[in-house]
Design a protein around this ligand. Structure first.
Ligand SMILES: NC(=O)c1ccc[n+]([C@@H]2O[C@H](COP(=O)([O-])OP(=O)(O)OC[C@H]3O[C@@H](n4cnc5c(N)ncnc54)[C@H](O)[C@@H]3O)[C@@H](O)[C@H]2O)c1
Ligand SMILES: N[C@H](CO)Cc1c[nH]c[nH+]1
Ligand SMILES: [Zn+2]
Length: 428
C-alpha cells in the first residue's frame, strides 16, 4: 500500500519520490479543449460541462437571498467556529499589509512606491469530492484586507444543483461579492475570458484538483494566478521521539483529500517507520474516505528511512512539500535548515489540520515542488505596486549627461533627446 525506501548517498531523489505522472497528458489535452470551448461559446459551454461533470443547471448565479438563507440555516456552533477561524486568519493576514513609501525629496528627487489592490479577483473554491468553507476564508479574507473591489467566487454545485450552505455562509462572513455555481477547468476559463454571466477578472486564486490546477497554468498570461495549488501534500520528518499514531493520522489527513495527494514520512527510526506503517492500515479502515486515501498512498505515499536528520532535511528540501511537519526532539534546531516548504509545523502537538482550519496562516500553499519558488497565498497576491518618480529641473540637470550618455550607448537617440530638449530647446 505504501512503499518503504532506504535512502543512501547514491540514491537519486527522483527515484525516491517521483510524483505520480498519472494520466497527466490526457488531462492536459482535455483541459485545453475545455478552455477553448468556453472562450468560444461562453455560458453555453459552461452549462454543457456542468451537466457533463457535475449536474444539470438552470442558472449559474447564486442570489444574495440564497446566501442569506444559507447563513441562517447553518448551526450556531459552526457559525461561531467560522467566526473564530475568520478572526485568526484576519489577524495574521493584517500583519502582511504593506505601506506606500517615499524618499524625503530634499534633494529635489522624490522616489516612491504606491500600492493598489487588484480591482477584480476570481477565487476558486473546490467542491468536487469535499466541501471547503475553510478555503473560502483563506482566500477571501486576504483579498478583502488588500482592498479588492470585486471578489468573484466560483465553486462546483452539488448533486442538487446548489452550493453547500457552509460555503455560502463562509463567503458572507469573509465578504465575497458575487458567487457562481461552476467548477473545474470551465470555471477557470470563464473567469479568464468572461462569459455572458461570469465577469472576466484580473487574477485567479484558490486551489483545486488536477483539472483546475492545469487550467490555471494554461490561462496564466491572460490573467494572473496565485500559484499551482493542486492536490494536497504532507511530508513528516520524524525521529525516535515522534508518536506513530499521530504521524499516521497526519499523513492520512492529506491522503484523504485526493487520489493524487502525497503523504511522505522521512524518518531516522526503523521502529517509527514500522509502527507508522501498521497504524496507517489500522486508521485507514476507520476513514469514510478510505478509498481515496488508499489510492493516494498507493500513488504518492512513501516511507523513507535515512541515517541522519540532515539527510531527511535534504530530501525534504528537494521534494519541497506543501506541508512539512517536524516531529523531532528539538524542531526549532532544524527550522533554519528548511529551504523549501509551503508551511512548516513544529513539534508533536502541531497537527497539519490546525493550519488547515484555524491557526491563522494561509492553507492555500504551493504544491508539486513549486515551494522551491513560490509562497503561501497572502495579501501580497491581491495587490500590485507602482513606482513613483519626481525630479525638479535642477535635480534633472545634475544627472542629464549620464542619462544622455547611457541612451546614446544603447543607440536610442530619442531617449537622449527627450532629456536634452529640456535644457537646450531641442538643439544639439
Ligand atoms: N492546496 C490547497 O490549499 C488546497 C485546499 C483545499 C483543497 N485542495 C485540493 O483541492 C482538490 C479538490 O478536488 P475536488 O476534485 O474535490 O474538487 P474540485 O472542485 O477541485 O474539482 C471538481 C471539478 O473537477 C472537474 N472534473 C472532475 N472530473 C473531471 C473529468 N473527468 N474531466 C474534466 N473535469 C473534471 C469538474 O468540473 C468538477 O467541477 C484536492 O486535490 C485537494 O487536495 C487543496
Ligand atoms: N490541506 C488543504 C491544503 O492542502 C486545505 C484544507 C482545507 N480543508 C481541509 N484541508
Ligand atoms: Zn487538509
Amino acid at each position: 500500500m505504501i512503499k518503504t525506501i532506504r535512502y543512501n548517498k547514491n540514491t537519486a531523489l527522483d527515484e525516491i519520490f517521483p510524483r505520480s505522472q498519472f494520466e497527466y497528458e490526457d488531462i492536459n489535452k482535455k483541459v485545453r479543449e475545455i478552455i477553448e470551448d468556453v472562450k468560444a461559446n461562453g455560458d453555453k459551454a459552461l452549462y454543457k460541462y456542468s451537466e457533463m461533470f457535475d449536474v444539470k443547471l438552470e442558472s449559474l448565479t447564486v442570489s444574495s437571498e440564497e446566501i442569506e438563507e444559507a447563513y441562517d440555516r447553518i448551526d450556531e456552533e459552526f457559525k461561531e467556529v467560522l467566526l473564530a477561524a475568520a478572526g485568526n486568519i484576519r489577524k495574521f493576514h493584517e500583519k502582511q499589509v504593506r505601506n506606500n513609501f517615499f524618499t524625503n525629496g530634499k534633494d529635489g528627487v522624490l522616489l516612491g512606491q504606491i500600492i493598489n489592490p487588484i480591482e477584480k479577483a476570481g477565487i476558486y473554491i473546490p467542491g468536487g469530492t469535499a466541501s471547503y468553507p475553510s478555503t473560502v476564508l483563506m482566500n477571501v479574507i486576504p483579498a478583502k484586507i488588500a482592498g479588492v473591489e470585486e471578489i468573484i467566487l466560483v465553486s462546483p454545485p452539488n448533486k442538487e444543483g446548489s452550493i453547500e450552505d457552509s460555503i455560502l455562509a463562509a463567503a458572507k462572513i469573509a465578504g465575497a461579492d458575487r458567487i457562481f455555481k461552476i467548477g473545474g477547468a470551465q470555471s477557470i476559463a470563464a473567469l479568464s475570458y468572461g462569459t455572458e454571466t461570469i465577469p472576466k477578472v484580473y487574477k485567479i486564486t484558490g486551489p483545486g484538483n488536477i483539472y483546475v490546477a492545469m487550467a490555471k497554468k494554461m490561462v496564466y498570461g491572460e490573467v494572473d494566478i496565485d500559484m499551482v495549488a493542486g492536490p494536497s501534500e504532507i511530508l513528516v520528518i520524524a525521529d525516535e521521539n515522534a508518536v506513530p499514531e499521530n504521524v499516521a493520522a497526519d499523513l492520512l489527513s492529506q491522503a484523504e483529500h485526493d487520489r493524487l495527494a502525497a503523504s511522505v514520512l522521512v524518518t531516522t527510526s526503523e521502529e517509527i517507520a514500522e509502527k507508522v506503517k501498521n497504524e496507517l492500515v489500522k486508521q485507514l479502515e476507520r476513514l469514510p474516505r478510505e478509498e481515496t486515501a488508499k489510492e493516494s498512498l498507493k500513488n504518492n505515499g512513501r516511507i523513507i528511512i535515512t541515517e541522519t536528520i540532515d539527510e531527511a532535511v535534504k530530501i525534504s528540501n528537494e521534494i519541497a512539500p506543501e506541508h512539512l511537519e517536524l516531529c523531532v526532539n528539538d524542531p526549532f534546531s532544524i527550522l533554519g535548515k528548511i529551504k523549501n516548504a509551503g508551511s512548516i509545523f513544529l513539534g508533536n502537538n502541531t497537527p497539519e489540520a490546525l493550519g488547515d482550519y484555524f491557526a491563522g496562516p494561509n492553507h492555500t500553499l504551493p504544491t508539486s515542488g513549486t515551494a522551491k519558488f513560490s509562497s503561501p497565498l497572502s495579501v501580497d497576491d491581491f495587490i500590485k505596486k507602482s513606482s513613483v518618480i519626481y525630479y525638479t529641473k535642477e535635480a534633472l540637470e545634475k544627472v542629464k549627461d549620464k542619462i544622455i550618455c547611457f541612451a546614446e550607448k544603447e543607440g536610442l537617440n530619442a531617449h537622449a533627446e527627450s532629456v536634452r530638449i529640456r535644457f537646450e530647446g531641442g538643439k544639439k
